[in-house]
Design a protein around this ligand. Sequence first.
Ligand SMILES: NC(=O)c1ccc[n+]([C@@H]2O[C@H](COP(=O)([O-])OP(=O)(O)OC[C@H]3O[C@@H](n4cnc5c(N)ncnc54)[C@H](O)[C@@H]3O)[C@@H](O)[C@H]2O)c1
Length: 380
Amino acid sequence: MAKKPLNVGMVGYGFMGRTHSNAFSQVNHFFDVPFRPVLKATCARDAAKAKAFAEQWGYESIETDWRKLVERKDIDVIDIASPNDTHHEIAIAAAKAGKMVMCEKPLGRSAKESRQMVDAVEKAKVPNMVWYNYRRVPSVTLAKQLIDEGKLGRIFHYRAKFLQDWTISKDLPQGGQGLWRLDVDVAGSGVTGDLLAHCIDTALWLNGGITKVSGMTETFIKERHHNITGKTETVGIDDASLFLARFANGSLASFEATRYARGHKALYTFEINGENASIFWDLHDLHRLQYFDHRDEGRTRGWRSLHITDGDHPYMDKWWVPGLQIGYEHTFIHQVADFLGAVGGGKAAAPTFRDALATDLVTDAVLRSAKTGLWESANG
Ligand SMILES: NC(=O)c1ccc[n+]([C@@H]2O[C@H](COP(=O)([O-])OP(=O)(O)OC[C@H]3O[C@@H](n4cnc5c(N)ncnc54)[C@H](O)[C@@H]3O)[C@@H](O)[C@H]2O)c1
């Protein structure tokens, strides 16, 4: 059956611009979904760079002002793949124009911004989704299935970390292309909104709501040259962020993110301990899920390393043959497939803006707690 075209207008041509463009281009090759994404227009401020990107990825046209993109009658979905300070304004304008909105994480620079974005998409009744792509790693989706089936039993502990090492040099500037993550006005926060947001989204999905947190942050390098102002300026982001949390289901948690863990590039791991079983996942080994089940026969009981590549594993029947693994880019393809399937079926595509607001309420509480030194409510 002919698929309905879905015209995509994407803002930003950086790291995420590439992963999203790849996902829109690949989805129909592997998934049976009711729409065919059409790369209608890409938008960035530099026309020459936007044109080069459009040619490389097959976009039909370019815009240099996102407002023009949002106004275009031939665009069905606005995809926001630009830095955090652009999300709020673009998403609200897109919703008002009646477009579907896909937005990169974190949804807003603060829960206040995110709440306004939620109000806009819900008022306009437009499909919306946030690109928390780690939910769509097949091994992480399997973890969700195992937990929902009750395999772990009562959950006692959730432990997550996301470690990097790319900002250790004091000579690294802040601001501008590639370095906007160090500029608090653009990013909103440091590793809390950038890295912990991923850990929190996965945790809320797997283990339910977080009620309260006690956080601690540090900015190791206090001043850096600013690429846009040309001056040495105070660094406003958190370089490292750790917090303890209580979940509504009674489990206890610890979370850590830093860009100062020498030797680690993107070490995202989580472990969940339940009364019957435990699971452990590591982004660097993303096609595996480590699983321990206390109910196994004693003599052969131990941690099992599950290779998540078989046809009965989530998403894997759409890929190659059992035993052959997939990688990072596939998580974005899965997310587009799920979005298109949900829109076709008139359902919400998770994580919605409202789901992502829950993450921002937690990150806000962590930053608040780091300032006050007190336990803070994560319910807003
Ligand atoms: N889901 C994930 O795992 C993941 C990973 C990386 C980044 N992100 C998120 O994706 C977003 C983009 O990050 P990135 O790493 O791709 O950044 P990037 O710096 O690689 O690219 C950002 C792009 O946005 C463009 N841009 C900036 N301001 C703009 C404006 N006003 N109008 C139009 N274009 C503009 C830049 O020219 C650039 O092409 C951020 O919100 C980030 O937090 C998510």
